[in-house]
Design a protein around this ligand. Sequence first.
Ligand code: ARG
Length: 467
Amino acid sequence: MKMWSGRFRQALDPEFERWQRSFGFDRRLLKCEILASSAHARALKTAGILSSDELISILQGLKQIGEKAAGSAEFLDDDEAEDVHHFVEKQLVALIGETGYKLHSGRSRNEQIATDLRLYVRAAIDQLRQELSDLCSVLVDRAERAADAAMPAYTHLQRAEPVLLGHWLLAFVEMFLRDADRLADCRKRLNVCPLGSGAVAGATIALDRAFMADSLGFDGATGNSIDATSDRDFALEFVNALSLVALHLSRWAEEMILFSSQEYSFVILPEAYSTGSSAMPQKRNPDLLELVRGKSAGILGNATALMVALKGLPLAYNKDLQETQKPLFDSSDTLMQMLPLATEWMKAVEFNEDRMSEAAQSGFMNAWAAATYLVKRGVPSRLAHERIGKAVQMCMERGCELQDLPLAELQALSPAFDEDFYESLKLASVLAVHDVAGGTAPSRVRQAIAITKQKIDSLREEAHAHA
Ligand code: ARG
């Protein structure tokens, strides 16, 4: 039986009937639906609508539906179920008879879908934060193993200054830790329970909303039934937080692709995550990275789709809201697959440290440190900059580096130059001079590694506590 057929004289057009169903995609909410329905059933008993026996039989029926679904995928092959709510009602009645119809007393699918989705997103957040922490762990591990290996850092994609390889890897950890934080923030706001909001005006039975919220692990009940049944802010926040994860993964992928090209040759692509060319026998292509970059587009698109779907909606529930589920599931699924693969790639990649270190020591990457040498000898910064600029110009004319200029010529540029200038140009000195918190001096990077490890540990613990 349909959940709403009483007032209709005509059957639905079969084409339309099939088209409007959501069971094809909302079946994944079955677990959440069973949890929420069990909480509702208990509240119905307290409100005097169900007897103890009826409650027991409904709870057992719901449990059995969950078990059957876990046992065989075919159980979910149902061509009649309109959505997950209808499916559960049908199955319940098939299992326990007409008592099953009592479960819907005083409630509406509008509050159910709002509740199921919150439960689903909450679990997805916990899992994604776990996956982000795994990726961060590998990045920090690689940073630690790289020890004092150096590489060029770029601004405007032009060689800027040398940094530690570890410092570069930690930059990505910062992004992913912010993402984990953003998801935690989204979780805080979503963790309220719409059950008892009814269709729009509140349940028609005096249900204990605090009890239902509590039994589902929510922090409390939502404050307004009109808002609760039409609010999808939590979904929007979620897909937008996921857009940032995708965007960061895409930037990470792009950087690795660039550095793996022969022109850089910093990154040696792991064969297990690359493919060849059907035409050019020599090729090894960065497929995993390219697909990360490519699939990120869909995730950004999903956030836009959701925003546009909600933008013009009058209060409260409208069927349009059914369409908000797909982009949400897609973004979440895509990242659940992408993150562990990115983690494995990061474990397997090799860095060409010799080449990176060589690149870190040419192209005047010590020029700012050279100017700092003069500044520390009292030369005003702007003038020091200008003097070193002149020295660079001389080098370019001769095809050499700053350390190749004789002291006499340097002293002609500025009397502040002395013998120890050459020491300050060496890679180790150039790195060490960036001795500030968050800078690339090796001692600072070691400090950052320790701090970052602690952050990852607490992220792990939090994710664990929620599991
Ligand atoms: N399948 C619906 C959805 O996803 C459930 C809510 C249906 N409510 C209604 N009034 N038709 O939004």
